[in-house]
Design a protein around this ligand. Sequence first.
Ligand code: HEC
Length: 159
Amino acid sequence: MKKVSRKFWKYFFGGLIVLFVGIQFIPIKMPVTSENNPDDFLMNVKMPEHVASMFRESCYDCHSNETKYPWYSRIAPSSWLLASDVIGGRNHVNFSNWNKLSKAQQIAVLSDVASEVKSGDMPFWAYPIMHPKARLSAADRKELVDWAQNYQNQIFYSH
Ligand code: HEC
């Protein structure tokens, strides 16, 4: 078999660079962030500090208006992936709007949170690779799930 020529690699990598530079010009609007969220879950719900910090560290970048964008959010194609995670995440659950939800909706969210965290589906698998603090141990998961289930009952039996 003939070895691929050096010329091929030159064009190949040249092409990749041109493509990489080119995609930077595709306009993309990252979901907007806001620090001012009076209906926020963590602001309005009393919970142990460690539970609150797990929500903040492991979930809030995708499930609240308080997304903290890393530097690679300004570079395509990672910006596209981040935008789609944040849009998808907020669409399902946005903790910044907690007080606007009905009791039934809050109960549904807590029940989803418990099942996602229990199964290990959330936080989204790729996220802790770039955010080591977001990694949850088995004990962390249990604590979060127990709290969510407990609080869900508390809402259910409240008037
Ligand atoms: C990197 C972004 C990201 C992080 C971090 C993240 N999520 Fe998600 N989450 C998503 C996306 C995107 C979806 C939409 C469903 C999907 O694509 O799997 C979602 C969906 C969900 C759902 C709805 C599931 C359903 O079937 O309706 C729940 C509940 C949830 N996440 C809870 C959490 C919790 C709790 C945490 C933190 C422990 C967390 N997520 C962390 C991105 C994220």
